[in-house]
Design a protein around this ligand. Structure first.
Ligand SMILES: Cc1ncc(C[n+]2csc(CCOP(=O)(O)OP(=O)(O)O)c2C)c(N)n1
Length: 478
């Protein structure tokens, strides 16, 4: 007798590891939600088309954010509405992969409205599954661009009024106006015959993607019983009676064999080749021999923080700029508060020999705190055993941490003594050089004309004094 084995399609991971100790064999979706049905159609199609290991799925923000727990594919999670941009990069860097952008209607048609139009217009080689449930589901049922006229949501308690809220957006109609898309269809999940049609559309889009046939867009009318405050059966009826007349099902575009298959140059990943193409010499101007650097300072992640106008960004740029000349890989990432001068400012710098992963110094090995709020905010982020340099001219509290090395340096005071508060940045560099052994004072001074291009000699000389002052202070006092 033929034995029937019930199992999940291979496109799904077998056990969903949401949290250690809370492994599940089912998804988090509410009963009657369309996401689960569409997930299953996609997982089955990936298995049948034998593309599970060749697919990268971009999870959006919204109820389907956890797609990465379910699909046994590659995955990136994108910021709200940005899945088409992330999918674009993923697809261009991996032209032999099937890339899926899975999105809700708030995600795709509201915050990501421009993203989807541009990706469609470029004819990116991606498949978009667009789940239209007429509201923002995850956040509790606010109006989305797809919300029906008169529909009550938490943000349209008297019903969507087209005079104030605009008209429901019909994305298949919009996308199919563009030249590039290959295949655009709207389907529904409200009953078994329609699920079968949706199944065919999902397969067709994925098969087209496997054959690299450009931009595929499948809109799926879907239920949200929790957000709509209806039971699942009523929700199915609501899709049929209310959504379908407004959002007609069917094929809006199918270029079939006519589809123009876009071949794009594969991005060049070799930095030297990129420099050559850009006409930039990979040769550095100067290549300083390195001195003795203690092990703990060989891979630096530094947060420089203070208020706007304290030379925070200049300090970070100078650290990175000087380190570059010693042949280190460097990164500099600024972060500004809402106002500039007088507001808070900080930047992250990485200096190391290996590849730099994250540019943000979330847990820095060193904090250079120029004012009290910065010390209070970032002291706790320093790694145990790390280093704190703080501006003792302006900071009148003792650092709380006992498991780090602390250098209190009167940075502002020393700059003032030199006659210009603005040279604080180079006092910082001098102190940094003395503590880490990473830079030599003479080298930094040689570089000043490059760091301060266009500045007059008096400013360069003053900054040279500042580097020396910072260096000497640390050497003499610690
Ligand atoms: C930039 C940003 N803005 C707002 C949010 C809050 N947010 C999380 S989910 C969501 C709604 C998503 O709705 P939709 O795209 O329709 O997907 P659904 O949950 O209905 O599947 C919002 C607004 C966020 N995470 N990020």
């Amino acid at each position: 007798m033929k034995k029937t084995v019930l199992r999940k399609p291979k496109g799904f991971i077998d056990v969903y590891k949401h949290k250690p100790g809370a492994e599940k064999d089912r998804t988090h979706y509410c009963p009657g939600c369309g996401h689960g049905i569409l997930h299953k159609l996609i997982a089955e199609a990936m298995e049948d088309l034998d593309i599970v290991d060749d697919t990268i799925l971009i999870s959006p923000v919204g109820c389907s954010v956890f797609a990465y727990y379910y699909f046994d594919t590659g995955n990136f999670q994108a910021a709200h509405g940005r899945a088409p941009a992330v999918a674009t990069a993923t697809s261009r860097a991996n032209p032999d992969k099937v890339v899926i952008s899975y999105q809700g209607d708030g995600d795709l048609a509201a915050i990501g409205g421009n993203n989807i139009i541009q990706a469609a217009n470029r004819g990116e080689n991606i498949v978009v599954f667009f789940v239209n449930n007429a509201i923002y589901g995850m956040t509790g049922g606010q109006m989305a661009p797809t919300t029906l006229e008169g529909q009550i949501t938490t943000t349209t308690p008297y019903g969507r009024n087209v005079d104030t809220d605009g008209y429901p957006m019909k994305m298949c109609e919009v996308i199919s106006q563009l030249t590039a898309p290959t295949y655009v269809e709207r389907v529904s999940l409200h009953d078994a015959p329609h699920i079968r049609k949706a199944r065919a559309a999902v397969r067709k889009a994925l098969l087209n993607a496997k054959e690299r046939k450009g931009f595929q867009f499948v809109e799926v009318l879907s239920t949200c019983p929790s957000g709509w405050k209806m039971d699942p059966v009523k929700s199915m009826e609501w899709v049929k009676e209310r959504m379908m007349p407004l959002y007609p099902l069917g094929v809006y575009r199918d270029l079939g064999e006519e589809a123009r298959i876009t071949t794009r140059p594969v991005p060049v990943m070799d930095p030297a080749a990129v420099w050559e193409k850009l006409g930039i010499s990979a040769e550095k101007d100067v290549d300083f021999p390195r001195g003795e650097v203690a092990d703990e300072y060989r891979k630096m992640s530094i947060r420089v923080a203070g208020f706007g106008g304290q030379g925070i960004m200049v300090t970070g740029q100078a650290l990175a700029g000087v380190a570059l000349e010693y042949g280190y890989n460097v990164s500099w990432l600024p972060s500004y508060g809402p106002e500039m001068r007088g507001g808070t400012a900080n930047c992250s710098v990485n200096i190391q020999d290996g590849t730099i992963g994250a540019a943000e110094a979330v847990k820095p090995g060193m904090l250079l705190a120029m004012n009290r709020p910065s010390l209070e905010k970032f002291e706790k982020t320093i790694v145990p055993g790390g280093t704190l340099i703080y501006n003792s001219t302006l900071i009148d509290i003792e650092p709380a941490r006992k498991d780090i090395k602390v250098f209190a340096v009167p940075i502002t005071g020393m700059a003032d003594e030199l006659g210009n508060t603005r040279v604080q940045s180079l006092v910082n560099i001098g102190a940094y050089a003395a503590i880490t052994g990473m830079f030599k004072v003479e080298d930094v001074i040689t570089l000043l004309p490059k760091l301060f291009k266009g500045k007059n000699q008096a400013i360069i000389d003053l900054n040279a004094k500042a580097v020396k002052a910072g260096f000497d202070y640390v050497k003499e006092n610690f």
